[in-house]
Design a protein around this ligand. Sequence first.
Ligand code: GRG
Length: 296
Amino acid sequence: MNASETALLQDRMASAAAWVSPAFERLKCDDACTSRLPSLASYSLEGGGKRIRPFLVRAACASGGTDPSRSLPAAAAVEMIHTYSLIHDDLPAMDNDDTRRGRPSLHRHASPAQAVLAGGWLLSEAFSELLRTPLPPASISQMVQRLAKAAGASFLVGGQYMDIHPPASASRAWVESMIGGKTAAMIRVSLELGAIAGGCGRDVVSAVSRLGDRLGHLFQLTDDILDVTGTMEELGKQVSKDSALGKANLVSLSGLESARAKAEALSGELDAALAALPGDWIDVRLLARYLPQRRS
Ligand code: GRG
């Protein structure tokens, strides 16, 4: 990927981040809320995340020329669930990370109990937010079902459960299944919700669902590569955690060079498959092309 394409992607990502952020303001204005929950949730929501999932929602919605504002509640909802999952993942009882995005993780900034509650609140608020989607009830119902499934026991929570309770010797199939839940489901559902909001037909939604799962695997592959090649400054969190804990991941299974080659191959496959979809998927194609070279 050349420098001008990288600059274009950075510009598109910055624009998606600026687009979704005002949707989080509503959480601060709950008059009935006398607790610190709004400021705790804002601390994590506004902590400098890349906003990849809202970017994907918006890109999928706009692929057929639809006004992306229709997908704003969905974009905010997926980022709220992603943020809750990071807050809970960092807790001492889970991954026990004191740093997130270069700042104290929420349980260090506040307390573990407050982090549990702020995460739980974000999960429920995500669904309230999604219900604000300006589309007919049947479309909203489909979106709610997909998001609930992606966030639940078969995917996000289930994948995290696998991560926390690995077998003595993890097979590639086990690692792939964990990634399908822990990482890929939220990336996949971001594209699905955007495509539904954009009015894409059923076959396009199914196609982007498959591609979203592959994109999620590519994202995790590059995350595992960065776990051994990145620095704390680049990533804003502890590095080499998986290797230090002896955890199986895509790099430990194949070795660094093979993982890099796989990332390049998957990136090329995704680029070609996205180019063959009806509509304009250039933003998602740029992301797929960029991922093998990402440093954060
Ligand atoms: C606690 C239910 C529950 C799930 C936790 C998020 C997660 C599942 C685990 C975090 C560990 C991890 C590295 C997951 C892999 C991919 C991932 C979600 C990375 C972080 O996403 P980015 O890079 O984060 O998009 P930013 O900070 O940019 O938002």
